[in-house]
Design a protein around this ligand. Structure first.
Ligand code: BEZ
Ligand code: FE
Length: 284
């Protein structure tokens, strides 16, 4: 009989899986086993420590519901979600950033120039720009799907009695690839910290705040879709966003609204301020 010890167990575990040779699944599984075993050897992990990890993961599962996915939040605060976004950003395209938990795939279609704020108070902002490809050509008809928190840092979907489709909408870029709509300036808000991930943040003396942002999903036929966020220059938490979502290229300047500066466009509501950002999509 073959013996196994702490140095041979890694190969033994990998061999025990009769997974298809050369498959991506086999590659990922073996890498995962390699890295987890190396972590265990390098840290000289005790049984109590490993049990604490498993109990923590169990608690993440216990608090999760269809509306609350604690493992995604864990991935977010440990920077894994951001790392996956970074690795999957194509050269020349707009950098990707967090999808977050508040995306709805059935947001209402809205006309260019519409206001998505409903009755909400706050600084009214014109959000505008052009969707292009990596060669700089406009992408007419590109889809700009957006969602965001309000002027107090709350998503309408989080509050009973609010219209969950406010502060979100799907716009179709015009013949020049332009998109434009008005909204209210969102405030920073905290990621949920009343569960195990909150305990982890507290244990690491970390806060739960996200920099104020607008979410976007941009699509165009034949192009690789992007999920990203737009942040506002000189606002709080840009340097220490709880989920590492901020990239310098995604920070734009909020300026006083100047009629005509965004071109000849018709707006449903007269804004106080404006922010311009062009999205760039790479070929699929
Ligand atoms: C958000 O941006 O909405 C978000 C992202 C990660 C965790 C929680 C919320
Ligand atoms: Fe968000």
């Amino acid at each position: 009989m073959k013996d196994i010890n702490q140095f041979t167990i890694t190969e033994a575990v990998k061999k025990s899986f009769r997974t298809e040779e050369g498959s991506r699944f086999k590659f990922l599984l073996e890498k995962l086993i390699d890295h987890l075993h190396d972590f265990t050897r390098e840290t000289n992990l005790s049984q109590d420590e490993w049990m604490r990890v498993l109990t923590f993961l169990y608690d993440c599962g216990k608090i999760s519901t269809p509306e609350r996915h604690e493992f995604i939040l864990l991935s977010d605060v440990l920077g894994f979600s951001a790392l996956v976004d970074m690795i999957n950003t194509r050269g020349g395209a707009t950098e990707g950033s967090n999808l977050g938990p508040f995306y709805l795939d059935n947001a209402p279609r809205k006309r260019l120039g519409a206001d998505i704020a409903g009755e909400r108070e706050g600084v009214s902002v014109l959000c505008h720009g052009v969707v292009r490809d990596t060669l700089g050509h406009a992408l007419p008809g590109a889809i700009v799907d957006t969602w965001q928190a309000d002027g107090s840092g709350t998503y309408p979907i989080q509050e009973a009695g609010q219209d969950k489709y406010d502060l979100r909408g799907i716009f179709e870029a015009d013949g020049e690839g332009r998109y434009y709509y008005t909204t209210v300036l969102p405030k920073p808000y905290t990621v949920p910290y009343d569960g195990p991930v909150g305990d982890l943040l507290r244990a690491g003396d970390r806060h739960a705040w996200r920099a104020a942002h607008l979410h976007f999903m941009i699509r165009s036929p034949g192009m690789r879709s992007i999920v990203t966020e737009l942040f506002f220059e000189n606002t709080d938490y840009l340097d220490n966003d709880a989920v590492f979502g901020v990239r310098r290229s995604l920070v734009a300047k909020l300026e006083p609204y100047k009629p005509g500066k965004a071109g000849d466009i018709e707006l449903e509501r007269q804004p106080d301020a404006m922010i311009g950002f062009d999205f760039v999509l790479a070929p699929a």
